[in-house]
Design a protein around this ligand. Structure first.
Ligand code: HEC
Length: 280
């Protein structure tokens, strides 16, 4: 139910911190359980030592039959097995070619678990269907989708705002170091998996040669990155990268022209004669 609570309580922008809070509380709880176990284990070994010392000081004989410990008792309660001596009492009458059957009952831990699921079912029914304090899965899903749609809308609006005065058709290469550094960062993070960090190509084509499948002008490259080539495995980056970011990474790609990557892929596409980095 915790994710549900997180969704229900998170308002605009609060989702992250909410998730973080839940994670933090969980981590602390887990830590506390670990510490508790460590304390119990050390107390138990301490008890053993104390008993041993007591035995030595009182001169009690060793090998005295100890009363069963709490774990043995607990285990016995969990399983409530029939001891071998008593098996005769639960033997059934059937005899299948010498194979006899014991009428064992279900182990108590199993029945307890069953009761727990009944209790859980009641709580679940009350929470989700009677009092409706938590959204059902489909509602939670719809809420999340609506939230994501709102966020996407806001992002698109922000990008449209940023894209104003941005003419994609006469897109120019920029040698501004800040632009290229930003572009390099994006390339290493998002594109290197398919194009190699040095642009030599892997799943995607070599970006360091003068051959381009989709055109080698700045506007062409910008458009390829923006709309992608979905059926060839190059996604549209429009929804991920803002226009400026696409400009940055396109500019960075052009700085790779003429470099010699470690494992270059053979050229693909047609030769682009112009120099896209020159101010055309
Ligand atoms: C999942 C793999 C993958 C990722 C990630 C990827 N690409 Fe591509 N990319 C491709 C493939 C495959 C092609 C070739 C498409 C085709 O054959 O038409 C391609 C083509 C291109 C082209 C056109 C090359 C040409 O010859 O015309 C450019 C430019 C490009 N990618 C840039 C990028 C940039 C920038 C990024 C990161 C923002 C990126 N790619 C991320 C797979 C990828």
């Amino acid at each position: 139910m915790l994710p549900g609570i997180a969704v229900a309580q998170s308002s605009e922008g609060g989702a992250m911190s909410q998730e973080f809070m839940v994670m933090a509380i969980f981590s602390v709880l887990i830590l506390m359980v670990i510490v508790l176990i460590a304390v119990i284990v050390s107390l138990m070994s301490l008890k053993k030592v104390i008993r041993e010392v007591a035995r030595q000081t009182t001169g009690e004989e060793e090998g005295v039959e100890e009363a069963p410990g709490w774990w043995t008792k607990f285990n016995k309660k969990l399983w409530n097995w029939t001891s071998v001596e008593e098996e005769r009492d639960i033997l059934l009458d059937h005899n299948y070619d010498g194979i006899r059957e014991l009428d064992n009952h279900l182990p108590p831990w199993w029945t307890y678990l069953f009761y727990v699921t009944i209790a859980f079912g009641v709580v679940y029914l009350l929470v989700f269907h009677v009092f409706k304090t938590q959204p059902l899965q489909i509602e939670a899903y719809n809420m999340e989708v609506a939230e994501a749609a709102k966020a996407a809308e806001a992002r698109q609006a922000a990008q449209a705002e940023e894209g104003k005065g941005f003419d994609e058709l006469s897109m120019q290469f920029s040698d501004d170091p800040e632009v290229l550094a930003g572009g390099e960062n994006i390339f290493k993070m998002q594109c290197a998996a398919c194009h190699q960090p040095d642009g030599g190509g892997l799943i995607g084509p070599n970006l360091t040669d003068k051959y381009w499948i989709h055109g080698g002008s700045m506007a062409d490259i910008y458009r390829t990155i923006k709309v992608g080539v979905p059926d060839k495995g190059m996604i549209s980056w429009e929804s991920v990268l803002s226009p400026t970011k696409i400009r940055d990474v396109a500019s960075y790609i052009l700085t790779l022209q003429g470099t010699t990557p470690a494992n270059p892929k053979e050229p693909q596409g047609t030769l682009y004669e112009g120099d896209a980095t020159g101010k055309e």
